[in-house]
Design a protein around this ligand. Structure first.
Ligand code: DX5
Ligand code: ZN
Length: 219
C-alpha cells in the first residue's frame, strides 16, 4: 500500500484558515491532521472541536484528530460529532486505554494511540489488536517545527515487527519533524503515514511539498 501524507494544520497560516484547509482537497494530501492541545498534557494550547467542525465543513478528506489532552475519554463523542474520522489519544493520558479505544470505535471513528518518545513499543503488546493506528511521536509533543528524534527509526522497526508478527490491521504514523530530508528513512523503517506540518505549510510551494513526500519510494 502506498504511504499516506497528512499535513498538520498547526503549521498553517491561521489568518487564511479556509484556504489552508481547502488546500488539502486540491493537493495529493490523504488526510488533514489536527493537533488538539490542552495546556495540561502538553505545554501549549491550540484548538478544540470548533476547529474540527469548521475543518469538516471545508475538507472532503479524512480528519485525523490527535488529542494531546488529559482525560480524552470525556471529549471523544464531541470530537466525533464535530467530524473526526480518526481519533488518536496518548497512551500516557489513558489509565484505561482499552476502554478508551472501545469508546472511540463505538462512535464509528477509527481508534489511534500515540506514543511519546520515551514510551516503549512494548506498551502496546496487549492492545495492538484493539486499535487502527499507532502514532509514533518523533518529537516531544506540544509544538510544531521541532527537530526529528533519530531514535524513532529503530522504534519504528520494533513496532513494524510487532504489527507483522501479530498480523494486526494497524497503520503506523510518524509525527514531528518529518520532511523530505528524512521521509525515505522513516518509510523504510515501517511508517505508513507521514504527518508533516512545517515541511508542507511553510514550504514555498506546499502542493509540491506534498507531491514530493508522496513520490518517495516510487509508484
Ligand atoms: C506536535 C504535533 C505535530 C506537529 C508536527 O506536537 O503533534 O503534529 O504539528 O509539526 P512539524 O511537522 O512542524 O514537526
Ligand atoms: Zn500531531
Amino acid at each position: 500500500m502506498k504511504h499516506k501524507v497528512a499535513p498538520s494544520l498547526l503549521a498553517a497560516d491561521f489568518t487564511r484558515l479556509a484556504e489552508e484547509i481547502q488546500f488539502i482537497n486540491d493537493s495529493e494530501a490523504d488526510w488533514l491532521h489536527l493537533d488538539v492541545m490542552d495546556g495540561r498534557f502538553v505545554p501549549n494550547i491550540t484548538f478544540g472541536m470548533l476547529m474540527v467542525d469548521a475543518a469538516r465543513k471545508i475538507c472532503n478528506k479524512p480528519l485525523d484528530v490527535h488529542l494531546m489532552i488529559e482525560e480524552p475519554e470525556k471529549y471523544i463523542s464531541d470530537f466525533r460529532k464535530a467530524g473526526a474520522d480518526i481519533i488518536t489519544v496518548h497512551i500516557e493520558a489513558c489509565p484505561h486505554l482499552h476502554r478508551t479505544l472501545q469508546q472511540i470505535r463505538e462512535t464509528g471513528a477509527q481508534a489511534g494511540v500515540a506514543l511519546n518518545p520515551h514510551t516503549p513499543v512494548s506498551a502496546l503488546e496487549d492492545v495492538i489488536e484493539d486499535l487502527d493506528l499507532v502514532c509514533v511521536m518523533s518529537v516531544n509533543p506540544g509544538f510544531g517545527g521541532q527537530k526529528f528524534i533519530y531514535n524513532t527509526l529503530p522504534k519504528l522497526r520494533r513496532l513494524k515487527d510487532l504489527v507483522t508478527v501479530r498480523n494486526a490491521q494497524v497503520l503506523i504514523e510518524v509525527d514531528g519533524g518529518v520532511g523530505l530530508q528524512n521521509a525515505e528513512k522513516i518509510l523504510q523503517a515501517g511508517a505508513d503515514v507521514l504527518v508533516a506540518g512545517s515541511s508542507v505549510y511553510k514550504a514555498e510551494d506546499p502542493a509540491d511539498a506534498v507531491a514530493r513526500l508522496k513520490d518517495i519510494g516510487g509508484e
